[in-house]
Design a protein around this ligand. Structure first.
Ligand SMILES: Nc1ncnc2c1ncn2[C@@H]1O[C@H](COP(=O)(O)OP(=O)(O)OP(=O)(O)O)[C@@H](O)[C@H]1O
Length: 701
């Protein structure tokens, strides 16, 4: 890295090579930690702190603790020639002794440790062959033990290979001096009204406190209580992410969009042809969508609804508005199965409409694919339903007015933004409707969905009965198999879901194959089908069709059936290894049964023994059939990090904020963001740049 001229006007923006001890090589390594300029050093905060404020007498050492000690060398021995390993015994007159083990020690280094010399060490105490020992501790030869004592806690920074802790400490101290003591201090963007009401320190104080904590805060830090200084930075970081998403929404809403108007007679005719009446919640949400689509600015709306709450028909009403206004609709589902199911529903609901409803997935090849692409391009197809294949470069729309994305959490934030790019017609941007059956607790929705307006279908169609759920140890597997036999004898159908760690689809499929084989042996009179993600689409379709037609009694499946299966006669579901899945996912899976008006059951076949939390989690599923309540409980038990996971957050990485530790801050973020939007819009961009960088990944619109 090239050094910039010495007379650079702003020390904050000097490259890190301006700090003594940081050469070009270290600078390249620091870049991996996102540190390029002097001011970046200040936002690289300590992971934890070490207490070197007192020397522990050797007779008071406890294994497993970290301590600062001081003693005189009794003897030093080379124990392993090859590794230059040295052992040294020290004593301090307290009656205690400690062994120090050093590796890769030079002859010169070991010769320094002469008997009688006084040495101070900092490190972890553990049991060794010859009593208590410290392995490769930091050490210093001292005349006076007082020289070892540091009155403030010592920061420990996250490291990158090739940059030592002491080099980072030294560089950070210099950076602090340069930035905080010069007139060009780091700019505090947060307005006073947000800081005062929270009793937060200024940015300057916060950074200073965290890098060089004053002695009076040691107790608080060591007890793990987050300092207001840390809270303040986490608050600022959450705020920056929230603002970035909001800004993405506001920017998108600046574009013109087609006005989609649904006239009353068309709507009435559509509703009258449905075999049911919309619930009040469906009507309300449909109204919200209608109002959005009637604007000349694009809708960005998320519909959250519990499993089976009837989201699809609400999306169909939006598609009807698009159709009535001369625009096309693209509906994207995460799996073939779900896309096919939507395709069947839409084909039925729009049978009388003067347009073509088409299906498009990666599996569609050759002539049929050509015809589909042609119909989308010339506008003869008004509605297309498919998988993410819909958004490949080869797909062109005549006049796309509405995009519906189902099960949005499977598509990351970034994919969602990329989709917005698609389908601009004549400078107009399509309206976007996103549907999810995974209820996200309100506080977390703030981080994930603040670029969307949210509607909730909080009512199930009448007559739905809760799925009676019980947890059964896998030791009672034979009993469960017996229950299936009995169930099938009553002309009912069932699912058997094999789960494994979700990432490993291959293993999941293998497990499903084995289970199907074992069940076929155990239940020779039951017709058993198997469906998993590695089968060809046509094979899957054939099995699903057989299950729908009642030519198959028991469907063994992987979690591919989580979404998209709607077979009213299937009222029993066995879920293997439920302890491995999130509660919301389990709730969604069991939502496959209980869709008709008959009694339905879910058996959670867990691997004993279950942990305490494992038991509590399954108990929640037994007690509740409300997806939102379940999601809140899951959040309580597992914490936000687990619940969101990387998949659901769309890989939001925080520098400082910790979803677990700083959870209660989330609640206050939307109001603080609103204050900034209303009264201090000029600080939005600098805050985003500070915490997220200049990358436009949130605002790619
Ligand atoms: N108001 C209603 N009254 C009765 N049945 C309804 C109503 N709305 C939808 N349904 C039916 O309920 C079933 C579930 O609807 P839909 O598939 O839209 O649910 P969903 O909210 O998408 O659920 P999931 O997330 O489980 O797929 C479908 O068979 C649908 O036809």
């Amino acid at each position: 890295m090239r050094s910039e001229p010495q007379h650079h006007p702003d020390p904050r923006l000097l490259p890190v090579t301006a700090l003594s001890g940081i050469g070009a090589q270290s600078a390249a390594r620091l870049e991996k930690l996102g540190i390029r300029h002097v001011q970046d050093m200040l936002f690289h905060l300590p992971l934890r702190y070490q207490d070197r404020s007192r020397i522990t007498p050797l007779n008071q050492l406890l294994p497993g603790t970290t301590a600062l000690v001081c003693g005189r060398v009794e003897f030093t021995d080379q124990i392993q020639r090859g590794r230059n390993s040295v052992i040294c015994r020290i004593a301090d007159g307290s009656g205690g002794e400690l062994s120090l083990r050093f590796f890769h020690f030079s002859v010169q280094q070991s010769q320094q440790l002469k008997p009688g010399i006084q040495i101070g060490c900092f490190g972890e105490i553990r049991y060794g062959f010859a009593g208590l020992e410290m392995v490769h501790p930091e050490y210093r030869l001292v005349d006076d033990p007082a020289q070892l004592i540091e009155h403030t806690l010592t920061p420990v920074y996250p490291l990158t290979e090739g940059v030592s802790q002491s080099a980072l400490r030294k560089a950070t101290r210099q950076a602090l001096a340069l930035c905080l003591q010069s007139r060009s201090a780091i700019k505090d963007w947060l307005p006073a009204e947000l800081l005062q009401s929270r009793d937060y320190p200024s940015l300057q104080e916060a950074l200073q406190t965290l890098h060089t904590p004053p002695p009076q805060l040691s107790g608080q830090i060591l007890s793990g209580t987050p300092l207001p200084a840390l809270r303040r930075l986490a608050f600022e970081e959450f705020l920056a992410h929230h603002l970035a998403l909001l800004q993405g929404k506001l920017a998108y809403k600046q574009w013109p969009a087609p006005v989609l108007h649904l006239d009353a007679p068309t709507k009435q005719a559509f509703l009258a042809a449905l075999p049911f009446r919309l619930t009040a919640a469906q009507q309300r949400v449909a109204g919200e969508i209608e109002a959005d689509c009637g604007q000349n600015r694009p809708m960005l709306r998320l519909v959250q609804g519990d499993v089976g709450s009837g989201k699809t028909v609400v999306a169909a009403l939006a598609a009807l508005a698009a159709l009535a206004s001369g625009y096309q609709t693209a509906i994207m589902a995460p799996t073939e199965l779900l896309a096919e199911q939507h395709f069947r529903n839409f084909s039925r609901w729009f049978a009388a409409a003067p347009t073509r409803i088409l299906f498009l997935s990666g599996q569609l090849k050759g002539k049929p694919r050509q015809h589909t692409l042609q119909a989308l391009a010339d506008g003869s197809a008004g509605i297309v339903i498919g998988t993410h294949a819909l958004f490949q470069d080869s797909v062109h729309f005549h006049k796309l007015g509405l995009i519906v994305i189902d099960e949005q959490h499977r598509f990351g934030v970034h994919q969602r933004l990329a989709l917005r790019e698609k389908g601009q017609t004549g400078g107009l941007r399509p309206h976007q409707l996103i549907m999810t059956a995974t209820p996200i607790p309100r506080t977390l929705a703030m981080l994930q969905y603040s670029d969307l307006d949210i509607s909730v279908i909080d009512e199930l169609p009448p007559g739905r009965k809760p799925v009676a759920t019980s947890a059964i140890s896998s030791e009672r597997r034979a009993e469960v198999i017996g229950r299936i036999e009995h169930w099938v004898a009553q002309q009912r159908q069932a699912y058997w879901v094999c789960t494994l760690i979700e990432e490993s689809e291959a293993l999941q499929c293998e497990a499903a194959e084995k289970t199907a084989a074992a069940l076929r042996q155990a239940l020779p009179n039951v017709r058993i089908g198997l469906v998993h993600g590695r089968m060809k689409a046509a094979e899957k379709e054939a099995v699903m069709q057989a299950f729908k037609n009642r030519d198959c009694d028991l469907l063994v499946a992987t979690t591919v059936i989580e979404v998209g299966v709607d077979v009213a006669n299937a009222g029993l579901m066995v879920i293997e290894n439920p302890e491995r899945l999130g509660l919301s996912q389990l709730h969604q899976l069991r939502g496959r049964v209980g869709r008709g008006n008959q009694d339905s059951y879910c058996l959670l076949l867990y691997q004993a023994p279950l942990s305490q939390t494992g038991k509590q989690r399954l108990a929640i599923l037994k007690q509740s059939n409300d997806g939102f309540a379940i999601a809140e409980k899951d959040l309580e038990l597992r914490g936000p990090g687990e619940v969101m996971g990387t998949r659901q957050t769309g890989q939001i990485q925080f520098k400082i904020a910790d979803l677990e530790r700083d959870r209660e801050l989330l609640e206050s973020i939307p109001a603080a963001a609103q204050t900034i939007l209303d009264r201090h819009p000029e600080i939005i961009q600098p805050l985003i740049e500070r915490w997220i960088g200049r990358s436009r990944h949130y605002a790619e619109v």
